[in-house]
Ligand binder design. Structure first.
Ligand code: ZN
Length: 104
């Protein structure tokens, strides 16, 4: 399962539990090299909910970081649009997370 950071929208392959819901800073693990943000309640509360254009832009960056094939990338983008249409008010990181995990 790939996680998407609500703060920087980077794909994160591994979250230590320490990264979720804690308010004090934690060290960044090697597995989290893409992201050093602490997944605090503040970050989760302020998670962006933007339009499809923005989602696709961040989706493109994620696809590149994860070296998706052309087919995976097309499916990923289709999923993003499909989920956004159904769940318009879900934060971006959740939509990207569901979409990416359905193609890899
Ligand atoms: Zn991050």
């Amino acid at each position: 399962m790939i996680h998407i950071c609500p703060y920087c929208m980077n794909p994160v392959e591994f979250y230590n539990n320490d990264y979720i819901g804690e308010l004090q800073p934690v060290n960044v693990d090697n597995e989290n090299f893409n992201c050093g943000a602490l997944q605090s309640k503040v970050i989760l509360k302020n998670a962006k909910c933007s339009n499809i254009q923005n989602l696709k832009m961040n989706g493109g960056k994620i696809a590149k970081k994860l070296n998706l094939t052309k087919e995976q990338k097309e499916l990923f983008f289709r999923k993003i649009i499909e989920i956004k249409r159904k769940k318009n008010r879900k934060p971006d990181y959740i939509i990207l997370e569901i979409a990416i995990n359905s193609v890899i």
